[in-house]
Design a protein around this ligand. Structure first.
Ligand SMILES: C=CC1=C(C)c2cc3[nH]c(cc4nc(cc5[nH]c(cc1n2)c(C)c5CCC(=O)O)C(CCC(=O)O)=C4C)c(C)c3C=C
Ligand SMILES: [Fe+2]
Length: 468
């Protein structure tokens, strides 16, 4: 299997000051080196001077699942700390002198149309994207293969419509550079890395402390949760990384800087309408299956609703009291997703006589296929067809300076809570039950292959109906 199609890839690129990205195909890389530091304030952590090596850039979820990963603690609002050591005395003042790493996490996307199917495979092979119960988890990869192959033609059409690739990587790199400059302006010496969940390379450099900043304002098991799970695995596997002080900013939708930046963009776009006060503000968030919220306790929906409330409060404080609504887009597959669905609400609004509508993408901070194709093309077309006459769309925040400055503040605020990961696991732990796992998997895959062979025309037909 080629590296790019391995499931569960979390890979990184470090953005140097000149915005150069490192290449992706080195299999053994130095991830971090540590200088001797006598009084670093990290209790019980001796920072070794040797280099830490990570065995390969690509890590599969199969490997990850073998580990029983423990989330150790949740500290403060939206800041999660990987690790156990509680004593972080006088950390903040030291942090400013130390080499700090900031790791931006994002989803990644296909670079060419050929990458679409492997990208989809990685996505669907993620157990945080398709959640299978118990032993059915062993079917994750064959199912991912099947769904990705069936979904690929539709996705390729979408990517073709926006120029043949995802702009997510380029925009995230630009955000990384802007964030580095904003932190330097605050006298914080940082290296900013970009980590993509389903694509791109892994690179590293000497750092002494890491802040992990997922570029999703609201937490979901399927986005931030998925990336953190892989990250924890990578860190626990490595004796040096497991001691690196790390803090993770779990969500930041409630930050005043973000809320104000969103309100600024909405106000600006409203003013383009002939009658701004009559415009319906239509927040469209990426959906997740209902079961994430109902069964797995995903806080995503609550956070989304609170986020919309905070933005509307901010607008009200500026004298803008428009009607607004929230709906969820981009559902995939046959299960129920969070409602109401964007497409259905647009039709209803048109039928009810709403004439002017401003679409606000709310779960993304960069343009990508679901803003450029789904909102700008599909939903706009549907809205106009349904009777809405005046359509507008708020751009994603991208490198808006007030937003980047707020992210820089979030990084600085997270520094004091950085803690080392607990000691890495003994390698022997895994080896004992590996053959059993392999046999069980083989057994299930054979059954699935047999059933699929029998049902092939029926299954293909059903999936095509759901996915298209
Ligand atoms: C808050 C953001 C996102 C959530 C929540 C999320 C959940 C989620 N997504 C899928 C399936 C797909 N997502 C796809 C693309 C995609 N998803 C997000 C963000 C969230 N996903 C982004 C930013 C992108 C675009 C990347 C790009 O290339 O620009 C795709 C591929 C595109 C397509 O075919 O539509 C799929 C498939 C599920 C199943 C899910 C929750 C379980
Ligand atoms: Fe998605």
């Amino acid at each position: 299997m080629e590296a790019a199609s391995l499931p569960g890839v979390l890979s990184y690129t470090k953005l140097s000051s000149s915005n150069q990205c490192y290449s992706d195909d080195r299999f053994s890389r130095r991830i971090a080196s540590f200088s001797r530091h006598s009084s670093n304030g990290f209790n019980g952590v001796n920072k070794p001077s040797s280099k830490a090596l990570i065995k390969g850039p690509f890590l599969s979820d199969g490997l990850i699942q073998r580990r029983n990963l423990h989330l150790q603690a949740i500290c403060g609002v939206g800041v999660y700390t990987l690790g156990e050591n509680d004593d972080v005395e006088s950390h903040h003042s030291h942090a400013m002198e130390e080499k700090i790493g900031v790791l931006l996490l994002n989803l990644g996307g296909p670079e060419t149309l050929k990458d679409v199917q492997p990208f989809l495979y990685n996505l669907f092979a993620d157990p945080d994207i398709i959640r299978l119960p118990g032993l059915f988890k062993l079917l994750q990869r064959p199912l991912a293969k099947l769904i990705s192959v069936l979904r690929a033609p539709k996705s390729e059409e979408g990517y073709a419509a926006i120029g043949g690739s995802s702009p997510l990587r380029k925009i995230t790199d630009e955000q990384a550079n802007a964030l580095r400059m904003a932190l330097e302006a605050k006298n914080v010496n940082v290296s900013v890395y970009v980590g993509m969940r389903y694509r791109y390379p892994f690179t590293e450099e000497a750092i002494e402390q890491l802040v992990v900043l997922p570029l999703y304002p609201q937490f979901s098991i399927s986005t931030t949760g998925s990336s953190i799970r892989v990250l924890q695995h990578i860190f626990r596997e490595d004796v040096y990384l497991s001691r690196l002080p790390v803090s993770v900013i779990l969500s930041w939708y409630q930050r005043q800087g973000y809320i104000c930046s969103m309100a600024d963009l909405i106000k600006e776009e409203l003013e383009r309408f002939a009658k701004p006060e009559e415009v319906m503000i239509f927040f469209s968030a990426h959906g997740v299956p209902d079961s994430y919220v109902e069964d797995a306790g995903d806080p995503y929906k609550d956070q989304m609703e609170e986020c919309v409330y905070l933005i509307m409060q901010e607008l009200k404080s500026r004298g803008i009291g428009n009607d607004h609504t929230l709906a969820y887009q981009s559902r995939v597959g046959p299960v129920q997703w969070l409602k109401p669905y964007t497409d259905e609400v647009l039709v209803e609004l048109g039928q009810k006589g709403v004439k002017s509508l401003l679409a606000v993408p709310i779960s993304f901070v960069s343009e990508h296929i679901e803003t450029l194709e789904e909102i700008d093309m599909e939903y706009k077309h549907l809205a106009l067809e349904s009777g809405i006459e005046n359509w507008g769309r708020v751009p994603a925040l991208g490198c808006t300076s007030s937003f980047i400055t707020d992210l820089a503040d979030a990084v600085v605020e997270a520094l004091p809570s950085a803690k080392a990961l607990s000691a890495s696991r003994e390698p022997a732990e895994e080896t004992n039950y590996e053959p059993v796992r392999y046999l069980v998997k083989l057994f299930f895959c054979s059954i699935l292959a047999f059933v699929l062979l029998l049902l092939r025309p029926k299954v293909v037909f059903a999936f095509r109906n759901h996915l298209h």
